[in-house]
Design a binder for this molecule. Structure first.
Ligand SMILES: *Cc1c(COP(=O)(O)O)cnc(C)c1O
Length: 480
C-alpha cells in the first residue's frame, strides 16, 4: 500500500484518501508516493489493446490500494470516461514519420483537465461518503480549470463548489462553460478584479484555519496528487499503442503549472521507457529558461494566445525538484524560500544536469504559434489550438539521442480558442454537438467585490445551506 510524503518533509505521512482531501500538505509542500510502483515489461505489454478505462484502472490501482479496491476504482474510472466523445478517449493521430498528436480534448469541457477532474470529482464523492463528510471546494480560475472542476462536481452529493473568475477577463466560451451549469451545489462568482486577486482571495480563505475547518474547505487545483495520478494513464496508453515497453518514447507537453508533464515523469518512474520530456512554453518561459541555464528567475506574466500557460511560477515543479534533490525536504524548502524572497533560485549543478538528461524546453511567441498552427493545418489537416501548437512545436525541436516515436499532447479543442484558430488558418472551428447551444443557455453568476470578508460570508451561507440538508439527510438514515 502506497503512503504519501510531503516534498518539504515536515508533514504527516498520509494514505491516499487523506492526500486526496488535503490537496496541499500542512508544511506547505506537495504530496508524492513514498515509493513508486513499478510495472515489469510483461505487465506493460499486458496493457496493449485494453480499453482506455481498463488500462487507466490498472495503472492507477497501486496508488489507491488500501483505500479503494481495484473494482471500486474501475467503476469510478469507467463512469469518468463514459461521456467522452471518442471511443479511444485519448486518440493518437499521426502527423509525420514517428510523430504523433495525442488528442486530450474529448471530455465535457474540451481541455485535458477533464481527464483528471472527471475522476477526482468522483473520488471525492466516494471517499467523503465513506467518511460521512462533506466539503466545500473553493477555487480561482483564469479559464479551463474552473469549468472542468464545475463539470466534475456538479450534482455530486458530498461536494459544494464555488469558483471565482475575474469579471470580464475570461473568454465568452470559457465563462459560459461555467455559468450555464445551474446545479444546486455549484456557484460562480465574478470578482471585480484580476485573476491574481481571485487567487489571493482563495489563499486568504485557506490561510484562515478556523474558517477552513468551519466550512471544510478543500481544493482541486493542479497540485492535488490525484490529478497527477489520473494523467499518468494516458502516457501509458500512448506508450503501449506505439510499442512500449519494447520501443522508447518521447513526449512533448505544452506546460504551465508542470502538472501534465510531471505525470510523464511519473510514468517513467513506473517503468514506461520515456526517454525524453520536451516542455513547450509560450512567452512566459520560466521553465524553458530554467532548463537552459539551471537558474529560475521570476518575471512578470504577459498575456498570450495560450492563456492557460500564462503562469509565473509552476507549482508542480516542486515535485521534480524534490526527486532530483534526492528527496531532501529541507533542501527543497530552502531553495523555494530563497525563490520567494529574491525571485531567483539556482538548482545545484548536479541536479540540473541530471534533469537535462530527460528534460528540455522550447519557447514560442504568439507569431511562432500562429505560424505553427497554419503550417500544421496545411501539412496534416490537423487544427491545433494555440496550447497544442506550442506542444507540437516543442516536439519538432526535440533533441533525441536515438529515434523514438514522439507524442505531442494536444491539451485543448480548437473550438475553445476559435479566434486564434481562425486568425492562423482561416477556418473557424465549431463547438461539438453537446455545446452547440452554449451561447443561448441561461447563465447564473454573481458579481462580488474583491473583498475577503464578504467572500467568507458568502461561502459560509452557501455551505451552511447544504450542511443543514446533509444533517437532515443523515438523520433519516440515508447515506450523507
Ligand atoms: C492547464 C493547461 C495547460 C498547462 O498544463 P499544466 O499541467 O499546468 O502544465 C496547457 N494547455 C491547456 C489547454 C490547459 O488547460
Amino acid at each position: 500500500m502506497v503512503k504519501y510524503v510531503s516534498t518539504r518533509g515536515n508533514a504527516p505521512v498520509l494514505d491516499f484518501d487523506d492526500v486526496l482531501l488535503a490537496g496541499l500538505a500542512r508544511d506547505g509542500g506537495l504530496y508524492l508516493p513514498e515509493t513508486w510502483p513499478r510495472f515489469s515489461a510483461d505487465e506493460i505489454r499486458a496493457l496493449r489493446g485494453l480499453p482506455y478505462a481498463e488500462l487507466a484502472t490498472r495503472v492507477m490501482a497501486p496508488f489507491v490500494a488500501g483505500c479503494l479496491t481495484e473494482a471500486e476504482l474501475g467503476d469510478l474510472v469507467t463512469a469518468s470516461y463514459a461521456g467522452f466523445d471518442h471511443p479511444a478517449v485519448a486518440p493518437l493521430r499521426q502527423i509525420g514519420p514517428d510523430q504523433w498528436v495525442m488528442e486530450l480534448f474529448h471530455g465535457p469541457t474540451l481541455a485535458f483537465k477533464d481527464y483528471a477532474l472527471q475522476l477526482v470529482g468522483r473520488l471525492f464523492d466516494h471517499v467523503l461518503s465513506a467518511k460521512g463528510r462533506r466539503v466545500t471546494i473553493v477555487g480561482a480560475t483564469s479559464g479551463d480549470t474552473g469549468s472542468a472542476a464545475i463539470e466534475a462536481c456538479r450534482d455530486r452529493d458530498a461536494v459544494d463548489v464555488v469558483i471565482l473568475h475575474p469579471k470580464g477577463r475570461v473568454s465568452e466560451v470559457q465563462r459560459r462553460q461555467m455559468t450555464t451549469v445551474l446545479a444546486g451545489n455549484v456557484r460562480n462568482l465574478a470578482v471585480e478584479g484580476t485573476f491574481d486577486d481571485c487567487q489571493d482571495l482563495v489563499k486568504a480563505l485557506f490561510n484562515d484555519h478556523a474558517f477552513r475547518d468551519e466550512v471544510s474547505l478543500s481544493a482541486v487545483n493542479s497540485i492535488n496528487w490525484a490529478r497527477v495520478m489520473a494523467q499518468i494513464a494516458y502516457y501509458f496508453a500512448a506508450g503501449v499503442a506505439l510499442g512500449a515497453p519494447d520501443v522508447p518514447l518521447a513526449f512533448a507537453v505544452p506546460t504551465g503549472n508542470f502538472g501534465n508533464v510531471f505525470a510523464g515523469y511519473a510514468a517513467r518512474r513506473m517503468g514506461l521507457p520515456v526517454e525524453r520530456l520536451v516542455v513547450g512554453s509560450n512567452r512566459n518561459d520560466i521553465l524553458t529558461r530554467f532548463f537552459e541555464t539551471g537558474v529560475m528567475t521570476a518575471e512578470g506574466v504577459v498575456p498570450t494566445l495560450s492563456p492557460s500557460m500564462d503562469i509565473q511560477v509552476s507549482s508542480n515543479f516542486e515535485r521534480l525538484l524534490w526527486e532530483y534533490l534526492d528527496r531532501d525536504g529541507r533542501a527543497v524548502d530552502a531553495l523555494l524560500a530563497e525563490f520567494r524572497r529574491t525571485g531567483r533560485m539556482a538548482a545545484p549543478q548536479g541536479a540540473w544536469s541530471a534533469m537535462g538528461e530527460l528534460f528540455e524546453g522550447h519557447r514560442f511567441d504568439d507569431d511562432a504559434t500562429l505560424e505553427l498552427m497554419r503550417r500544421m493545418r496545411q501539412a496534416t489537416g490537423e487544427l491545433l489550438d494555440p496550447h497544442s501548437a506550442v506542444g507540437v512545436g516543442a516536439g519538432l525541436k526535440a533533441r533525441l539521442a536515438r529515434p523514438a516515436p514522439l507524442v505531442a499532447l494536444a491539451t485543448a479543442h480548437p473550438a475553445k480558442f476559435p479566434d486564434a484558430v481562425e486568425r492562423a488558418t482561416g477556418h473557424r472551428p465549431l463547438l461539438p454537438p453537446h455545446l452547440a447551444d452554449l451561447l443561448e443557455r441561461p447563465e447564473r453568476v454573481e458579481v462580488v467585490a474583491n473583498d475577503t470578508a464578504s467572500l467568507k460570508d458568502y461561502v459560509r451561507r452557501f455551505a451552511g445551506r447544504t450542511r443543514t440538508t446533509a444533517t437532515g439527510t443523515m438523520a433519516t438514515g440515508k447515506p450523507a
